[in-house]
Write a protein that binds this ligand. Sequence first.
Ligand SMILES: Cc1cc2nc3c(=O)[nH]c(=O)nc-3n(C[C@H](O)[C@H](O)[C@H](O)COP(=O)(O)OP(=O)(O)OC[C@H]3O[C@@H](n4cnc5c(N)ncnc54)[C@H](O)[C@@H]3O)c2cc1C
Length: 479
Amino acid sequence: MADKFDVIVIGAGPGGYVAAIRAAQLGLKTACVEKWVNKEGKTVHGGTCLNVGCIPSKALLETSHKFVEARDHFAEIGIEVGDVSTNVAKMLEFKQQVINKNVGGISMLFKANGVTALEGAGKLLAGKKVEVTGHDGSVETYEASQVVIASGSVPVNIPPAPLTGDIIVDSSGALEFTEAPKRLGVIGAGVIGLELGSVWSRLGSEVTVIEALEEFLPSVDAQIAKEAQKLLAKQGLEIKLGAKVTGSEINGNEVEVRYADKDGEKTQAFDKLIVCVGRKPYTEKLLAGDAGVELDQRGFIKVDEQCRTSVEGVFAIGDVVRGPMLAHKASEEGVMVADIIAGHKAQMNYEAIPSVIYTSPEVAWVGKTEQQLKAEGVDYKVGTFPFSANGRALANNASEGMAKVIADAKTDRVLGVHILSQHAGELVAQGVIALEFGSSAEDLALTCFAHPTTSEAIHEAALAVDGHAIHMANRKKRK
Ligand SMILES: Cc1cc2nc3c(=O)[nH]c(=O)nc-3n(C[C@H](O)[C@H](O)[C@H](O)COP(=O)(O)OP(=O)(O)OC[C@H]3O[C@@H](n4cnc5c(N)ncnc54)[C@H](O)[C@@H]3O)c2cc1C
């Protein structure tokens, strides 16, 4: 038997690496096991998020956005650049540099905090032992007082569109296209499908998104979703709702996709097809038969509110457990669990986890939507403010979208903040703080926001909750 640790974390994604760093900071002898290897065969930390998720997709989002700005919008503000073209190979190189800097940073943080990095596949055995199979096949077993499982998730594949690796790909493959496909199909109008679809649309692809649900973005506030759908359509993204993919066939260099909608069966040919129908928890070869950790019907590790599994001293966090599959949710659970292991009282506020859809403009929200509050029978009031009336947004030549604050009709407590705008993902942090601190709409309205900033739209939306917005005509009667 090799070393004994206070804590062993399995998986070094944003859940696992954060849990390991926090545990080490709290004085616990900590190891983190990771099996991900890059193209050079080197173990890399950061999981899905840093290697094939949040970070690389944002590198492409930013480069594709800058391209469209230069091609379509610079002239509007007096910058003449002539013909603008893309160099996708260079963009991919930039994306890889961004990944390398981020994953290298995690390895450095492990060293700085004294986290032992174990390379290979971890398996939980009975009695809180962790077996690690190295990339060379060597096997070592470690003992731990507490174990944290953070093994993440993988994309869901669907039988009608099996991946081919080149023409039909998942989200990871869609980050590797060496040129913009002329005709790009995306199955699934969820967060990842829309984000990747709009990246390649900006880079020149004709994009068709095929979505089985009738409603566009049902978890987003309906008013915001409707506006976002209009803007995406204006940008050229074709979104077919209520269209269920039933099959696909590779013909030479293209794929013919069959789908059924209300008018019957149809086919459409694409040069590339991205399957983005969701992700599932990843527990392959993770648990020994007698490990005792229970899974639910959908394969998630069962945990309580504080991420305790069915085995005492074994926790699970991030995408492999219930809740939104988001990097920041995984990280917050990592901090909570490390604090609990170190003997502190810790708890997460699952009501105040922000979500962002990184289209352009972005969609971001925290808290409840109008449709949720209606279904729950909560009496609420709403204030909205358009970015077309915000000075900074106009100066930024980015005046699309709106900010919306929803507050309890009786107590005025902020229940939800919803934003459609450039950098909405940054702005929504203000809503998260409001929810976290139990703020009222009036608290936000009485706060002094810097001018000129796009944040002022949130201030105005909070003022509008009671009909007091300054920079637009209020429809509501003032009290
Ligand atoms: C294209 C794309 C874009 C995304 N964009 C965003 C975004 O903008 N914002 C956001 O919040 N979320 C985003 N996500 C989701 C985000 O990546 C995940 O929610 C997040 O990575 C989950 O973190 P995690 O630590 O639970 O798991 P992961 O990041 O999946 O990490 C799990 C790690 O565990 C390792 N592992 C698994 N099993 C073992 C084992 N047995 N032994 C050793 N190691 C093991 C894996 O190799 C992996 O490194 C995106 C995802 C994708 C695919």
